[in-house]
Design a protein around this ligand. Structure first.
Ligand SMILES: N[C@@H](CCC[C@H](N)C(=O)O)C(=O)O
Length: 272
C-alpha cells in the first residue's frame, strides 16, 4: 500500500500528517512507530490523522506519539492540524474546529501563526512531593489536554532533561499512564524558557505545546504573572500562551499561539 503524507512542524515538534477523511487507512502501532523512526522511516515526533467529525465539528483529530501509542491531544500538532485542514477545501479557511479526546478545539489562522483555543486544564497539584536525583525543585502537575509534570529550575541550559525527565515520566506517582515532564526557567516576569521530555517520544523534543501551556499556568500560579506569557522553546521559537485565571488554580480560555509549517509532501510504500 502506498501512503500519501505531508510532513509538518510546529516550532520544531514534527509530524507526519495524513488525510484519512474516508477512513481507508488503518495504521497499526508498529507501522506508526516505523513511519516516525528517524533512521528507517520518515522521522517524526508523532503522526496526525484527519478523520471525519462525529459530533458536529469540522474534523476529528487523531494523534499518535512516535512509539505508535495514541494520545489525547498535542498542542503543536493541533496547530499543524489546523493549518492542514484549513487548506483541505477549495476556499482556505480562517478557522477550523476539531474533536480531540481532550474536547473540541478551535484553530484560528493568525498570519504565520495558528492560535488554538485549548480545553480547560484540570488535575492541578502544586508540589506533588515527587523527588528525582539531579533535580532540586518541586514537581508540580497539571493536565492541559495531556498530563504534564512541571519543575521550575535556574539551570535550564545545563539540566540533564533526559535523565530527570525519564525519572519523572516513569515515577510511581504518575503510573500507569505516565506523564510528560517540563522544566522551565524565568527570563522576565512575562517570559519563560522551557525544555520538555515527552512521553511516547521518550526523549527531549524541540517544543511541546501542551507543555508550554502547563508551564505558563504554573508560572502564573507561582509568581502572579498575568496573561499572556511568552515561552521560548528548545527549537528557538517564542510562542505565546493566553489564559483567564480564577485566582484559585482554575483556568479558562487558554490559548496557544505559534507557527505551524508545511515541510514537504511524499509517498511511502508500506509494503502491505
Ligand atoms: N507534542 C505534544 C504532546 C504530544 C503528546 C504527549 N507526548 C503525550 O503522550 O502526552 C504537544 O505539543 O502538546
Amino acid at each position: 500500500m502506498i501512503l500519501n503524507f505531508f510532513k509538518m512542524n510546529g516550532a520544531g515538534n514534527d509530524f507526519v500528517v495524513i488525510d484519512n477523511r474516508n477512513l481507508d487507512t488503518n495504521l497499526d502501532t508498529d507501522t506508526i512507530a516505523a513511519l516516525c523512526d528517524r533512521h528507517r522511516g520518515i522521522g517524526a515526533d508523532g503522526l496526525l490523522a484527519v478523520e471525519p467529525a462525529e459530533n458536529g465539528a469540522d474534523y476529528k483529530f487523531r494523534y499518535y506519539n512516535a512509539d505508535g501509542g495514541e494520545a489525547e491531544m498535542c498542542g503543536n500538532g493541533a496547530r499543524c492540524f489546523g493549518r492542514f485542514t484549513a487548506h483541505l477545501t477549495d476556499e482556505v479557511k480562517e478557522s477550523v474546529t476539531f474533536e480531540t479526546i481532550a474536547g473540541t478545539l478551535t484553530a484560528e489562522m493568525v498570519g504565520h501563526d495558528v492560535r488554538i483555543a485549548m480545553s480547560d486544564p484540570f488535575d492541578l497539584e502544586m508540589d506533588t512531593d515527587v523527588k528525582v536525583s539531579g533535580l532540586d525543585s518541586a514537581v508540580h502537575f497539571i493536565n492541559t489536554g495531556v498530563p504534564h509534570a512541571v519543575a521550575i529550575v535556574d539551570n535550564l541550559p545545563e539540566l540533564d532533561v533526559v535523565h530527570c525527565g525519564a525519572a519523572i515520566r516513569y515515577h510511581d506517582r504518575f503510573a500507569p499512564k505516565g506523564t510528560n515532564a517540563n522544566f522551565f526557567q524565568v527570563i522576565a516576569p512575562d517570559h519563560i524558557a522551557i525544555r520538555t521530555y515527552e512521553r511516547g517520544v521518550e526523549g527531549e523534543t524541540l517544543a511541546c505545546g501542551t507543555g508550554m501551556c502547563a508551564c505558563a499556568l504554573i508560572h502564573h500560579l507561582t509568581t502572579g504573572a498575568p496573561s499572556p506569557i511568552k515561552v521560548d522553546v528548545a527549537g528557538g521559537d517564542t510562542l505565546e500562551i493566553g489564559f483567564v485565571s480564577d485566582g484559585n488554580g482554575g483556568f479558562t480560555d487558554v490559548t496557544l499561539s505559534g507557527p505551524a509549517d508545511f515541510v514537504f509532501e511524499g509517498k511511502i510504500d508500506l509494503g502491505e
